[in-house]
Design a protein around this ligand. Structure first.
Ligand code: GLC
Length: 581
């Protein structure tokens, strides 16, 4: 562990007035190992990010979320942390981090650290001590249980990465809980000393100058006492532990305590976003109500799982009405008091243009259409690296192309243990595997896409020759140019950043329609999220005073009234004149 950090790098000034800065902001997520390599080892690093900051400033983003860069055995891409107060040599040093943070601030941007504290790595000194003996002082920093029946785990929960959520530890003959991989033991948040250690670590990063946190699976930290069995899941040996470890009984209490202990009087300057699978909009309202003093916003999962069948490995075609109903409910529920975060992609999701758009003939148009729709909601948009150029899913042919522990564990469980057909299993894994979003960033048409001089840790997508930053920067019709316009529009119009948001035509399976309003200003967003022309159901559309502000076709209707039908993936933003403009 390192000593207290040296002088804090100054953060950009907070936005004036009562509106917190992050309500007008656009965030950008960096998955460091795949962003930019600077030292020729085939893995992205902090100096690589530094070298690309001018690009992010040019794009116009306000805040960067950095996926974990802490020392880690990298069992789960760094989400298995073995030291919370240092940088993994793979990515650089703490001095590199200080330089990066200062350079981010110099450009008027901010930086969020990814805090992974539902669990640690099994190589974290806390766990090494904890597992060393039943009377070790850190024993109750984790969830240890003796087996009630010899050979049977303490409860029937399955791990989110396949198999049981319990691992028998030879040293003491007891089991420890791991909701994720065996290498990711869950911390025991019931223990106040665990919580104090986490808060102290978070304050340490704030002292270093970071501007907030993304909190990994933070609604898993409170488990139902006694860790009872879950309802049996048919066809599996496991029970459903999710209702027993998600949004648990002390969740709000822990969030409030964290806020008091870490955020304190810096509420106006920090951004705290929690990753919260299986949270409902109603629960998210309680969490993001500023009066509650918990989190600023959450990453919810409802909209991003509408195409899951039984699970991620059972992909279903998108029903647009389902996606809209879900997002409409979140917009309505959080409208008055809470706040939404908006995303299609991150390092755990496939690329939206491959998932729900068309990554062939209409790649450009469909990437822009999904960008337009996302940025037209009320909330803070998060752009995942490469989304802004319309990067597509990875080529995942054989098992060796899958690098992710979640996929590899699933394959081992399905094929090796249960005897499933290997080809069928791989087919079911390809569309939604997390690897899809983790291929190296495509900077140029050069070999290795300008990402690295060495063979990259994961294969670059061969389409980097056609899909890359360099080409798109000089092209006014590119996906990149379109994202830049979307970000500019949000920054220039409070109507887009802060206005009310209503989704209409919820049952329509092609059209995505949004209406925005703010202090007498109005916007109408109409997108055809399909590859076939869409007739307008109730044309002509009377929205007096609105004119076209942004489109992904060169010759779109200038006003809503002139619209008759939409071409494949056509997406239009109409706005009223700016006050005084
Ligand atoms: C979050 C991360 C994911 C990780 C998991 C366990 O969902 O985004 O990448 O595997 O938590 O930390």
């Amino acid at each position: 562990m390192t000593d207290r950090p040296a002088a804090a790098a100054p953060a950009p000034p907070a936005a004036p007035a009562a509106v917190p800065w992050w309500k007008r902001a656009v965030a950008y997520q960096i998955y460091p190992r795949s962003f930019q390599d600077s030292n020729g080892d085939g893995v992205g690093d902090l100096r690589g990010i530094l070298a690309r900051l001018d690009y992010l400033a040019w794009l116009g983003v306000d805040v960067i979320w950095l996926s974990p860069v802490y020392p880690s055995p990298q069992a789960d891409g760094g989400y298995d942390v073995s030291d919370y107060r240092d940088i993994d040599p793979l990515f650089g040093t703490l001095d590199d981090f200080r330089d990066l943070l200062a350079a981010v601030h110099e450009r008027g941007m901010r930086l969020l650290m990814d805090i992974v504290v539902n669990h640690t790595s099994d190589e974290h000194p806390w766990f090494v001590e904890s597992r060393s003996g039943t009377d070790n002082p850190r024993r109750d920093w984790y969830h240890w249980r003796a087996a009630p029946t010899p050979g049977r785990p303490p409860n029937n929960w399955g791990s989110r990465f396949s198999g049981s959520a319990w691992q028998l530890d030879a040293a003491t003959g007891e089991y420890y809980l791991h909701l994720f991989a065996v290498q990711q033991p869950d911390l025991n948040w019931e223990n106040p000393r665990v919580r104090a250690a986490v808060y102290e670590m978070m304050r340490w990063w704030l002292d270093l100058g970071v501007d907030g946190f993304r909190l990994d699976v933070i609604n898993f930290i409170s488990k139902v006492p006694g860790l009872p069995d879950g309802e049996p899941i048919e066809g599996t040996p496991y029970g459903d532990g999710r209702p027993l470890y998600t949004n648990g009984p002390r969740m709000h209490e822990f969030f409030q305590e964290m806020h008091r202990e870490v955020v304190a009087d810096r509420d106006a300057v920090l951004l705290i976003v929690g990753e919260t699978p299986k949270i409902s909009a109603e629960q998210a309202l309680l969490v993001t109500d500023p009066a509650a003093g918990e989190l600023d916003m959450v990453f919810q999962f409802e909209h991003i799982t509408v195409d899951h069948g039984r699970d991620r490995w059972d992909p279903q075609p998108l029903r647009l009405s389902r996606l809209k109903r879900s997002l409409a409910h979140w917009q309505d529920t959080l409208a008055e008091t809470g706040w939404n975060s908006l995303y299609w992609e991150n390092h755990d999701q496939p690329r939206v243009v491959s998932r729900w758009g068309d990554d062939g003939a209409y790649r450009v148009a469909s990437a822009k259409a999904f960008g337009t729709v996302l940025h037209s909601h009320r909330g803070t948009p998060y752009v995942y690296q490469g989304q802004e150029i319309g990067m597509t899913n990875a080529e995942l042919a054989g098992l060796d192309d899958f690098t992710d522990i979640q996929s590899r564990n699933h394959y081992a469980d399905a094929v090796d243990r249960l005897g499933a057909d290997p080809d069928k299993t791989l087919r079911s894994m390809r569309p939604l595997a997390r690897d899809n979003g983790r291929t190296p960033m495509q900077w140029s048409a050069e070999p290795r896409a300008g990402f690295s001089d060495a063979p990259p840790w994961m294969a670059v997508n061969p389409n980097h020759r056609d899909v890359n930053v360099e080409d798109q920067r000089g092209d006014r019709d590119s996906v990149l140019a379109h994202y830049r316009e979307l970000i500019r529009l949000r920054h220039s119009r409070d109507l887009i950043a802060l206005g009310s948001c209503r989704l209409t035509h919820l049952d329509h399976e092609q059209l995505y329609v949004l209406e925005r309003a703010y202090r007498g200003e109005r916007a109408l967003v109409v997108a055809n999220l399909s590859g076939t022309p869409a007739e307008l159901p109730d044309a002509p559309w009377r929205h007096p005073g609105l004119t076209l502000a942004l489109s992904n076709y060169p010759d779109s209707a200038p006003t809503p009234g002139a619209l008759r039908s939409l071409r494949p993936w056509e997406a239009l933003v109409f706005v009223s004149a700016e006050p005084g403009g």
